[in-house]
Ligand binder design. Sequence first.
Ligand code: CTP
Ligand code: CA
Length: 225
Amino acid sequence: ILKALTPQDLAGKRVLVGLGPTREYFDAARFWSNPSTGRMGASLALAAWLRGAAVTVVTGPVSWWYPEDVAVVPVTSAAQMYEACLEAWTGGCDIGVMAAAVADFSPIPHPGGGKFKKNEAKDGSPVVFTATRDILAAMGAKKTPGQYLVGFSAETDNLLENARGKLVRKRCDLMIANPIGRADAGFASPGNEALALAADGRQESWGNIPKTEMAWKIWDFTIRS
Ligand code: CTP
Ligand code: CA
């Protein structure tokens, strides 16, 4: 009944949305993460579903409600998110969106599997980090003709330049650039401000609007491609 009220302009499309934070456990009790709530990604997934798409959600540890016929793959770490996203993407998705706040670094876990003890800190911290793999870049590298890839970019400065760089480097078709580090946009806020940069040169700027509305705009922009 809900779908009867919305245009089915994504009917027949298989959509993957990666969303939420990742958790990188470094011992039995602690992890490295970020404040992502998954709101932007969940809004995109729901909007795509309403518009008729077959939706797969790969979600970090946050909980949102999804309709029964949305395939939900819960993951914890960046490595797990990589596997789940690549599997869905290479399995025949038409549109992939990475709205997840993936950890760029992962702490090397405690060798014994127990807890780091205070007295294990030699030079301030016992924890050593290694780089994680870039999921979006891997999806871009494996993109086949007809697949459409959307990325987000969170920037504290040089928004346009950095976002453009990521659009090209990760072989995306569309990059949604968000300013972060302010109270009214970005992480864990209901609203968002964005610059949409398409590989075909189209560009749109969206003022402070709710993430639910931004999701709708992102699909409008994508469909026009
Ligand atoms: N991303 C990803 N895998 C990672 C890191 C990021 O798929 N290991 C994705 C994000 O989901 C987002 C895009 O890449 O869609 C850009 O993320 P962002 O953090 O803005 O850029 P990075 O490339 O990680 O660079 P930096 O954090 O240094 O700005
Ligand atoms: Ca990053």
